[in-house]
Design a protein around this ligand. Sequence first.
Ligand code: WQD
Length: 326
Amino acid sequence: MRIAITGGAGYIGSHTVDALMTRGDEVVVVDDLSTGDVARIGTAELIDLDLASDRAGATLGRQLRDRRVDAVIHFAALKRVDESIESPGLYYHVNLASTLAVIDAMRDAAVPSLVLSSSAAVYGEVDGMVDESHPTRPLNPYGATKLACETLVDAVARSGALRAASLRYFNVAGAGRPELGDRTIVNLIAIVIDQLSRGETPLVFGDDYETPDGSCVRDYVHVADVASAHVAVLDWLETTTGHRPLNIGTGRGTSVLEVIDVISAAMGSDIKPAIRSRRVGDPANVVSRVDAIARLTGWSATYDLDATVRSSIEAYRWWSASSPVR
Ligand code: WQD
């Protein structure tokens, strides 16, 4: 297949580019390199385009038509929860305008299949295992924009103009190769690796939750598994119509304290974490049900937490050796 991948120079996008090119698909990356890195896309062609800019849809439509693209995977978006709270207007503009541009371009170029990058953040307050029928009440503008994009894609799919899947990622971590690792240190695993590498003490934001050890539970999924899920869903879309949200996770929950133990063991560190007060907005327990994607596509996660953590450590050390990580 010929696939256009927006945001393909980013963390999850570049892993998906790699997975598709490895199996022989032709890939063109659409990315303005505002946060992505062209070094991540290897030999894939790059279309340097800001999808939130004026006439981006018409420009992209011509590009998709000229290349006779069969499908689009749309990753390009702003994805920081904290930043979305400070700048909600920016998040709504960028995330919705870019999705509208992709939809317009697909219409102009008669491209039938779309995989939309979404997030478990669309669920909002959750307690335990979550399947796709769980109510979607996002707690922050980031999650709200992802839900708005899903709603837009759903309406277009219902009109018969395309077939689509919205993939709701849980906690993504790890690296398929060190050079593809996530250099932003904003999520738990990266933060703790950075702290232990510097001899600093990891901080646990609350140990008084209704969970087995009192710390929050999440579903940590290897980015290489997330990439292979996109490949599986692309193939499945060829056989179906309409729009379907699908959870992307392992189906297993791990607490903050357990994650820190796994990282400390892998790094040979004996620094013990310190307990701090809860972080505002954190649900206690968010774990993915993954029955739907397994039933429809056969996909399931293959990496365990230890492998995910070790690949994150390897990537951190690779980046630290080749350039300042922060
Ligand atoms: C995980 C847990 C913190 C840092 C993510 C992101 C995004 C989304 C899924 C795709 C929480 C605790 C953290 C620290 C800690 N996926 N923590 N000490 O909050 O689940 O959000 O949801 O869009 O990846 O929005 O991920 O890594 O920030 O936190 O105790 O130094 O670790 O309180 O319970 P989170 P996170």
